[in-house]
Design a protein. Structure first.
Length: 94
């Protein structure tokens, strides 16, 4: 599920909920350029990243885009999960 919160700013604030784990991501969309790898893209956005290291960031990029390796196809649109937040899911019992 993707929720668009604000279309009026330069970088839209988009949230994505991970369906397998209680995680919420702030994401941007990115179009891959010639010769880029997942590592290259991760380094471009590393200043926005709230993870402990770039390898965790690379792992999350691969996960949300369902990528097996580090090579990317030119022109492919991928999701960059800039910030990752753990969320608590509570169920209401009546």
């Amino acid at each position: 599920m993707v929720i668009m919160l604000n279309k009026s700013i330069d970088i839209p604030i988009v949230l994505m909920v991970d369906e397998d784990e209680p995680l919420l991501y702030w994401i941007v969309h990115y179009k891959v350029k010639k010769g880029e790898t997942v590592y290259d893209v991760a380094k471009k956005y590393d200043c926005y990243n709230n993870r402990d290291n770039v390898n965790e960031f690379i792992s999350d990029i691969k996960k949300v885009n369902k990528l097996g390796g580090s090579k990317l196809k030119v022109g492919k649109h991928i999701v960059i999960p800039l910030r990752k937040y753990e969320i608590t899911v509570e169920s209401k019992e009546e």
